[in-house]
Ligand binder design. Structure first.
Ligand code: TXA
Ligand code: MG
Length: 344
């Protein structure tokens, strides 16, 4: 398939190009587009056969449900049974990087929800995403626009690398601002369960809802035969070609270890900006300053992709903290590392 690559400036949206993309979607095609979290691979959410094409293009197991994207929080009414807590969350965090799981209505085919009777809803803030959904006038189902198992795309080029020749069109709209996928919560009565941490942190959710439980799979490996709350939790994610090891210890000790290790094997260190000058002779990627979790979040998936272009025996990185935005980084990195943590 010939994939159209369409450049759109998010600051100066070309509505003619948006309309063309909306037409492709409405005729059952797939269009990848930027959101503020990561790029999404879109299809009309009410079209079961279009949704099936998403699974094929990504090589994704069809029991792993898709998030559906709406233009306004109120549009949830067309696809799900809402509740007052949904609107409290919407008022606080939508449009933005939050996905809410609600009981689904029949307008959403079960192919989109992997057979579940719930649906994941998100109202993105990115101007291109918003314009496409508005123009299509229907919810757009979109998982992250990567091949299944590889890091989510945060640049147009990442999507081109993974999806060229597999889908009708790719909108290149620059870098994703946040760089990690949305926070996913499930509403259980008057409590929330955090299924995937993201830029909307647990502390932020606690401002709206008193009870926010964290699903164990956010930080722990699933036990054998354990059924995850979110099907996506059971799949291998973000796995780089070389094994990733997370280092837990003092910065000085870690630097000493890395320098020794670089003499024994071909390694890459995802290092803090402050460390780069202490690691001369070692292959490093600057992941952002020690206390700048936002930059680290934005750079992580690019760094994992860059690592795949290098011949490496091992990749090392710091074990992130589990508080604030750190929890989202921890969740992605612990999975990319297949839970391999080393005390230094
Ligand atoms: O930031 C994001 O959320 C990006 C952008 C494109 O919106 N999308 C994204 O989608 O990350 P995806 O498909 O890569 O991840 C969605 C996750 C999966 O792990 C899936 O299992 C879970 O959401 N999910 C979807 N529907 C669900 C449901 N009804 N119940 C529980 N988990 C669900
Ligand atoms: Mg994904």
């Amino acid at each position: 398939m010939q994939t159209q690559i369409i450049n759109i400036d998010p600051q100066k949206i070309d509505i003619k190009k948006i309309k063309e993309c909306a037409e492709i979607l409405k005729s059952g095609g797939l269009v990848a587009f930027p959101t503020e979290t990561v790029y999404g691979l879109g299809a009309v959410a009410t079209d079961a056969s279009a949704a099936k094409k998403i699974y094929a293009a990504k090589g994704r197991p069809s029991d792993n449900p898709l998030i559906i994207h709406i233009a306004e929080p109120m549009d949830a009414e067309r696809y799900a049974y809402t509740c007052p807590l949904y609107y409290k969350l919407a008022n606080a965090f939508m449009p933005g990087p939050l996905t809410v799981i609600l009981p689904k209505k029949d307008t959403v085919p079960s192919d989109v929800t992997g057979g579940l009777n719930t649906v994941a809803l998100r109202c993105p803030a990115h101007p291109i995403a918003k314009a496409i959904i508005e123009e299509a006038d229907v919810a757009i189902a979109a998982p992250s626009a990567n091949l299944s198992g590889s890091p989510s795309p945060t640049e147009g080029q990442h999507v081109i690398d993974d999806m060229n020749g597999r889908i009708e069109a790719i909108i290149n709209g620059g870098s994703a601002e946040i760089g990690l996928e949305s926070t996913i919560v499930k509403i259980d009565g008057d409590a929330l369960t955090l299924l995937r941490p993201g830029a909307i942190t647990r502390d932020a959710l606690l401002c709206v809802c008193e009870h926010v439980n964290i699903a164990s799979a956010v930080t722990e490996a699933l036990k054998e035969n354990e059924r995850p709350l979110s099907p996506g939790m059971k799949y291998r994610h973000y796995a780089p070609n070389a094994p990733l090891v997370l280092l837990d210890g003092e910065s000085k000790d870690i630097q000493k270890f890395i320098i020794e290790q670089s003499q024994k094997e071909k390694i890459l260190m995802l290092a803090y900006t402050e460390e780069i000058s202490h690691l001369s002779g070692v292959d490093t990627i600057d992941i952002g300053a020690l206390n700048d979790l936002q930059t680290q979040a934005k750079k992580l998936f690019s760094a994992l992709r860059a690592a795949n272009d290098m011949e490496l025996d091992r990749i090392y990185a710091h074990l992130p903290p589990q508080s604030g935005l750190g929890l989202a980084l921890y969740n992605r990195m612990i999975r990319a590392a297949a839970h391999t943590v080393m005390k230094v």
